[in-house]
Design a protein around this ligand. Structure first.
Ligand SMILES: NC(=O)C1=CN([C@@H]2O[C@H](COP(=O)(O)OP(=O)(O)OC[C@H]3O[C@@H](n4cnc5c(N)ncnc54)[C@H](OP(=O)(O)O)[C@@H]3O)[C@@H](O)[C@H]2O)C=CC1
Ligand SMILES: CC1=C(/C=C/C(C)=C/C=C/C(C)=C/C=O)C(C)(C)CCC1
Length: 316
């Protein structure tokens, strides 16, 4: 009897959810305000990077920004741009792959700025080479930066968000956290791991009925930030699926985050790619990757990186 009542309640809630979603399609949802929020973003130094764009989007909405990056100079430039928009910004040099660095910097932020209420885990790295060509250190660096760092920042900031029943944890993963391609072993391993972490964390908050702390997973396709320069699918398909512009990608992500959307795939066709991956037999997936040139998408990237390394090594 109990299970029947629970099942009827579940059905009623699902129907309610579907109606709510349909209404959201008709009525433009209103973004939540961030004027009183302290937003911490990791990986904010890169000039064309997503982190800096997130900082500028939040600054325009009046949030207080705490910006972490390993690159002190680049991060200071982001601070200048944020302040030009009239928002408060605090830069911290932090290597998020180092647990103690994260914990110590988090403590400084609490003392110097206050309680972080929006955490955007964005810093990321990629080796972009076949696994056998990656040194052990490079593989560990990818896992530590793209995955372990999320453990440390969440452990540092979530307890206070839970106490206040107020906060938002945003995981910048990527479509390669949902499906993988060749030459992305370290990257996809770290991104699949962080997607799993994010999902478990989101379920845990719901199970504990902590409804004031929201979570959002962001999974963009290739973005033209410089991180994957050269990476491309089959030339003829460029027009169909060209790399995203960083500001467009962040604007779309920002809209979803401020509407407490649980998952954001950019562009939407990526949801379809995920479904296909689970429907198509493995051999067919391999053929599709070959046809779309996905199996070789990192080859130009590797060539460009090697040419750059050669120039540095020869002092030219
Ligand atoms: N670009 C793309 O196509 C896509 C990117 N993503 C994800 O989006 C996020 C942002 O990427 P994107 O903006 O493209 O990359 P960028 O390389 O432009 O920016 C990443 C920033 O993170 C910093 N960073 C790297 N390692 C550390 C570290 N250990 N501690 C602190 N900061 C660090 C980088 O510093 P430095 O430059 O000194 O290394 C850089 O400033 C990443 O997580 C990435 O995986 C997801 C989908 C697609
Ligand atoms: C696999 C796959 C595709 C290619 C995806 C690529 C090349 C994604 C690159 C993403 C990056 C660089 C993400 C960073 O986090 C398509 C063409 C969508 C079709 C469906 C299957």
């Amino acid at each position: 009897m109990g299970v029947l009542i629970d099942f009827l309640l579940l059905t009623a809630k699902v129907v309610g959810y579907i109606i709510q979603s349909l209404l959201r399609w008709i009525k433009r949802p209103t973004e939540k305000r961030v004027t009183n929020e302290i937003c911490l973003i990791t990986g904010t130094a890169s000039a064309r990077g997503l982190g800096r764009h997130f900082a500028l989007e939040l600054a325009q909405r009046g949030a207080t920004l705490v910006l972490w990056d390993i690159d002190t100079d680049g991060n200071e430039k982001t601070v200048v741009q944020v302040r030009e928009l009239g928002a408060k910004a605090y830069a911290y040099t932090c290597d998020v792959s180092q647990r103690e660095d994260v914990y110590n910097t988090a403590e400084r932020v609490r003392r110097e700025v206050g309680d972080v209420t929006v955490l955007i885990n964005n810093a990321g790295v990629v080796a972009g080479k076949p696994i056998l060509q990656c040194s052990d250190e490079i593989l560990e660096r990818t896992m530590k930066t793209n995955c372990h760092a999320h453990f440390w920042t969440v452990k540092a900031f979530l307890p206070r968000m839970m106490e206040m029943d107020h906060g938002h944890i945003v995981t910048i993963a990527g479509s390669l956290g949902l499906f993988a391609t060749a030459c992305m072993a370290d990257y996809s391993a770290s991104k699949f791991a962080v997607v799993g972490f994010h999902e478990a964390l989101s379920h845990q908050l719901k199970a504990k009925r902590i409804n004031g702390v929201k979570t959002t997973l962001v999974c963009p396709y290739l973005v033209d930030t410089g991180m994957f320069t050269g990476c491309r699918i089959r030339r003829e398909l460029d027009a169909l699926l060209s790399p995203l512009k960083p500001d467009d990608c962040v604007k779309t992500a920002m809209k979803g985050i401020l509407n407490n959307q649980p998952t954001i795939c950019i562009p939407r066709v990526m949801y379809f790619a995920v479904i296909l991956k689970h429907l198509l037999p493995w051999d067919v997936q391999v053929l599709v990757h070959k046809f779309l040139g996905i199996d070789k998408c990192m080859h130009p990237f590797i060539r460009q990186r090697e040419a750059k390394r050669h120039l540095v090594a020869t002092g030219r």
